[in-house]
Ligand binder design. Structure first.
Ligand SMILES: Nc1ncnc2c1ncn2[C@@H]1O[C@H](COP(=O)(O)OP(=O)(O)OP(=O)(O)O)[C@@H](O)[C@H]1O
Ligand SMILES: [Mg+2]
Length: 315
């Protein structure tokens, strides 16, 4: 197997005695997209800030391309592009002027940054807007400028902290196309935090974070496989009563509502038994059952399973 681009071992950060990141291990290989997924306060931002050297480690170690982040942080940073969760621009400066600013703080000279700025703005689709003031950009354009500014010095590792927060779905798709194209073209490794499961599904691997720890880490496909045969989708009305009835059945671990459907998660893989039990319980009541069937688990189901219990019992 190739050398990891980045390796983090046992990284820990405490604030006021409480661990925000708690003994986390992560590895990232070139050309991979690693997703950090977890609820508010799970430690995603803290982990990313530890990985780029913006925060000092309390424990553990991070190696980036053979460089020890604690001892060689300046050299390591040359290879890191970081887009923070609350990035901002100089609103009165143009797209190009903002990019120039980021290039200069990265130490790029005028001869270097000019061609690179044009290349990267063309790549993200902002070539026609170089003179526009940052304050006049749409949400999607700001995202693209953020990506351009993180990439201006050709980093090998790109750290993106919820880059698509608050952006509409179409713009999010656009942004992901860019990330995927960049990974393919430049062989960059990406670590991205996201609250969106559809984005997590696009990652090479996903780490589910909770209380600063990775409760699971695998490819999206393998994570879904852990719940194979254990999700029954149920439709009917009234939903609240249906949910209560399903939750009370033996062998049901929990029930989540997804819009007008319920996902019933079973403690063991026997969907037929659970569906028969549900029909029996509902017989003679006013609760209507329109459909009940075993479905392929989604990443949401896996996430909820870990969020609820902190672990998934093997079937
Ligand atoms: N500078 C800080 N001082 C004190 N506590 C902090 C600090 N930064 C983070 N924390 C705490 O550490 C924990 C993890 O926070 P972090 O911001 O890393 O979570 P997150 O997963 O990025 O959450 P979100 O989804 O809201 O962005 C939280 O309990 C938070 O309150
Ligand atoms: Mg955060």
């Amino acid at each position: 197997m190739a050398e990891p681009l980045l390796q983090a071992r046992g990284i820990t950060k405490r604030f006021g005695g409480k661990a925000a990141v708690d003994g986390l291990d992560l590895a990232l290989f070139p050309g991979e997209i690693l997703g950090l997924v977890g609820p508010d306060g799970a430690g995603k931002t803290t982990a990313i800030r530890l990985l780029c050297g913006a925060l000092r480690l309390d424990e553990g170690e991070v190696t980036l391309m053979g460089l020890d982040l604690r001892r060689q942080v300046d050299r390591a940073r040359e290879h890191i592009g970081y887009l923070s969760q609350r990035f901002s621009f100089y609103e009165d400066l143009s797209v190009m002027e903002n990019l120039r600013f980021f290039a200069e703080i990265r130490g790029l000279s005028g001869v270097e940054w000019g061609p690179r700025a044009n290349e990267i703005l063309a790549f993200v689709g902002l070539a026609e807007f170089t003179e526009r003031r940052a304050g006049k950009l749409s949400g999607g354009m700001r995202q693209k400028l953020g990506l351009a500014s993180a990439l201006v010095h050709r980093p090998k590792l790109l750290l993106l902290d919820e880059p698509t927060g608050g952006v509409d779905p179409v713009t999010r798709q656009d942004f992901w196309q860019l990330i995927i194209r960049m990974v393919r073209q430049e062989g960059v490794g990406v670590i991205i935090s996201t609250p969106y499961m559809d984005e997590a599904t696009r990652c090479s691997r996903v780490a589910l974070l909770q209380n600063g720890r990775a409760v699971a880490e695998d490819t999206p496909e393998n994570l879904r496989r852990r719940l194979a045969g254990r999700i029954v989708e149920v439709r009917g009305a009234p939903l609240a009563a249906l949910r209560a009835a399903a939750a009370g059945l033996p062998g049901v671990a929990d029930v989540q509502a997804f819009g007008d459907r319920l996902h019933v998660r079973l403690a063991a893989a026997e969907p037929e038994t659970a569906i028969a039990a549900l029909r029996a319980v509902l017989a003679g009541t006013d609760i209507r059952l329109d459909d009940a069937r075993a479905i392929a688990p989604q990443l949401e189901d896996v996430f909820m399973a870990y969020a609820g219990r902190g672990e998934i019992q093997d079937a």
